[in-house]
Design a binder for this molecule. Structure first.
Ligand SMILES: [Zn+2]
Length: 184
């Protein structure tokens, strides 16, 4: 069974061994061609997530934000008044992207495992130095700069819908790419 994510990983900018390339049966150019039918959001997400093509992160961030603004308008979501001009929706998108692309990586230390406290390096309190953690509402609300109770009461549900949107884009994108690859 072909793993769509592994195929996209063949587009990696890092050197890939010949075995890894031949194991996939397809050349990078075939995969890139199959990805041409994807939306920009799908394409950027898959390239960053599976091929580690970090040059697309800025475009991915912008496209995700635009999709979230559409959701915000379509669903007539409220906006926190006190946060006007603070990129609230955009930061929700960035948080959801981090969780999607680097799952289980501690959001507080970014996987470093340490924290700098009063000039000293100490183990990160969120992951106890492991660099890995499962995000929960305490971590998410900390990232968004608000009390956990406020996050849970007003924003956690919007956030879930944003995560769902990204999951859907990812699976539509993977499916579309594989269909195009085999139809070629
Ligand atoms: Zn940490």
């Amino acid at each position: 069974m072909i793993d769509a994510g592994e195929l996209i990983a063949c587009l990696s900018e890092r050197p890939v061994s010949m075995e890894a390339r031949s194991a996939a049966f397809f050349r990078g150019i075939d995969i890139a061609h199959a990805m041409a039918g994807l939306t920009e959001l799908q394409s950027y997400l898959l390239r960053v997530k599976y091929a580690d093509q970090r040059t697309w992160i800025k475009d991915l961030d912008r496209r995700t934000w635009m999709a979230i603004v559409d959701m915000w308008v379509d669903n007539k979501w409220r906006y926190p008044k006190e946060r006007k001009g603070q990129e609230f929706a955009r930061n929700m998108g960035r948080l959801a992207l981090c969780e999607s692309i680097w799952p289980h990586t501690c959001l507080r230390c970014g996987g470093w495992g340490n924290d700098i406290h009063q000039g000293k390096i100490t183990p990160c309190p969120s992951c106890n130095g492991s660099g890995r953690s499962i995000p929960n509402s305490s971590i998410r609300s900390h990232y968004m700069g608000m009390e956990e109770s406020l996050w849970e009461a007003h924003w956690a549900d919007y956030y879930k819908q944003i995560q769902k949107m990204l999951e859907d884009e990812e699976s539509y994108g993977l499916g579309k790419m594989v269909r195009r690859l085999f139809a070629a």
